[in-house]
Design a protein around this ligand. Structure first.
Ligand SMILES: Nc1ncnc2c1ncn2[C@@H]1O[C@H](COP(=O)(O)OP(=O)(O)OP(=O)(O)O)[C@@H](O)[C@H]1O
Length: 290
């Protein structure tokens, strides 16, 4: 469990604003943070990482105190077990992919983790390349792997995919989910993309003017925001069943299960394991066999 209480005075474009956040995060949870530009999302991550200092605060990670302003405790970033990935690709341009990864190793740390990460993020073919010769998606994949070299407990992702096209985003989302599970991470993801949040997050909080405004579930947020368009979500059929007077199909999308009303015809042509696309608009969800 990560218990956080943070207060910091900020100078927003509209005037003074206080970031004031109380947040408990379960070990292994994937928490998405959304909210308008300037609401304090990046500052929250930077405070968690130890890149910024609050006026007042406490961060307790399991039994370890990372921050306790009342007792003058403020662990530096290298002593907090955090991995960071930001929107801009922060790789060293003069180092190959492998060198970039190895640079992240701690003193005396075994290189075993490097091979493990190369395997899980499928970087084998790219190891000798320099960042300039990689696509944006490949660079973020390396940045993700590098963030995990020191085996962090907490992975902080600040809009890591926002510069990528949709296809690349989807691939990277899958890698994020894969490492989150494989390394039993607790992950905080800043994102504006509700489809991404729905696919990845167990829980989502929304920041407004430095405060948590309405804790919400991915499904609820997604439905609350579909009024302006239609989403197309890819997933896998888990189960077909009778629901009241009709039928429903449970579809696994990332780690979330969406129950979609179905027809008798849907039940005839679908079976568990089928790949489907769910088309969602403000009023309806519709299943399309992929
Ligand atoms: N160290 C600081 N001291 C004072 N004010 C700050 C500091 N860091 C950020 N701010 C201000 O606090 C506000 C919140 O910034 P922050 O970057 O956390 O917002 P955000 O929600 O991540 O926005 P965006 O979605 O645009 O990235 C901004 O108005 C910013 O100018």
């Amino acid at each position: 469990m990560i218990q956080t209480s943070l207060r910091k005075a900020l100078h927003a474009a509209t005037g003074p604003m206080t970031l004031d956040i109380q947040l408990d995060i379960l070990t292994g949870e994937f928490l998405a943070i959304t909210g308008a530009s300037g609401s304090g999302k990046t500052t929250l991550l930077r405070l968690m990482a130890g890149l910024e200092k609050p006026e007042e605060g406490r961060i307790l990670v399991d039994d370890t105190v990372w921050l306790d302003s009342a007792r003058g405790i403020q662990l530096p970033i290298q002593e907090r077990k955090v991995g960071l990935v930001f929107q801009e690709y922060a790789l060293f341009p003069n180092m190959t992919v492998r060198e970039n990864l190895e640079y992240g190793l701690g003193k005396g740390q075994s290189k075993v983790i490097i091979d493990e990460l190369i395997g899980i993020t499928e970087l084998e073919q790219l190891l000798g390349r320099y960042p300039a010769k990689l696509s944006g998606g490949q660079q973020q994949r390396v940045a993700l792997a590098r963030a995990l070299v020191r085996r962090p407990k907490l992975l902080l992702l600040d809009e890591p995919l926002s510069a990528l096209d949709n296809r690349m985003r989807e691939r990277l989302q899958n890698y994020i989910l894969k490492v989150h599970q494989a390394f039993s991470l607790t992950t905080l993801l800043v994102s504006h993309d509700h489809r991404e949040i729905f696919k990845l997050a167990d829980r989502v909080i929304s920041l407004r003017q430095g405060k948590i405004s309405q804790p919400d579930l991915p499904e609820t947020v997604r439905y609350a925001n579909v009024s302006d368009g239609t989403f197309r979500l890819s997933g896998e059929v888990l189960q077909l069943e009778e629901a009241g007077s009709g039928f429903s199909v449970s579809v696994l999308i990332g780690t979330n299960v969406l129950r979609v009303p179905a027809t008798m015809e849907d039940l005839r042509r679908l079976q568990p394991g089928d790949r489907v696309e769910v088309l969602v608009d403000a009023q309806h969800a519709m299943l399309i066999k992929a």
